[in-house]
Design a protein around this ligand. Structure first.
Ligand code: ZN
Length: 140
């Protein structure tokens, strides 16, 4: 399920049981916090797709906005996350470093988040679209 380019880096927590039941997506961070893993269903094929993000060392001291869920969080929680496209090319964007975007949309909005008129359902739809658009445009 993980791409060949990511496969040797994957650490699966013991509390994740297979087969996976994935609604929207599933993400977890490795204990060091350096890598975050993302699993979702590829809409085109209906098959699982999984990839790895690496957190870049953050030099920003100001709160940042997650590109996917629009949560505004301290630089410790939103960071520039990169993914390999090929062995020599990586792409990156600012994301919640643990990809807890769905939880931020549904359960844990912050007063610092961007004020928006979308409700939680619309934000969840937008979140899923942003994730799939990123993968389709930048990764596949
Ligand atoms: Zn987010």
């Amino acid at each position: 399920m993980f791409r060949d380019i990511d496969r040797d880096q994957v650490i699966v927590p013991t509390d994740i049981k297979f087969p996976l039941a994935v609604v929207d997506y599933l993400a977890w961070k490795e204990p060091s916090g350096h890598r975050t893993f993302l699993v979702l269903e590829d809409k085109a094929s209906g098959r699982p797709f999984a990839m790895t993000f690496e957190r870049t060392k953050n030099t920003e001291a100001v709160p940042m906005m997650c590109n996917w869920c629009h949560a505004v969080r301290p630089a410790s929680d939103v960071a520039l996350m990169t993914a390999a496209v090929t062995k020599r090319k990586r792409v990156g964007l600012y994301l919640c470093s643990d990809i807890s975007c769905k939880s931020n949309v549904l359960d844990k909005p912050s007063v610092h988040d961007m004020r928006e008129t979308l409700d939680k359902t619309e934000k969840t739809i937008r979140l899923n679209q942003k994730i799939h658009n990123f993968i389709n445009r930048e990764i596949l």
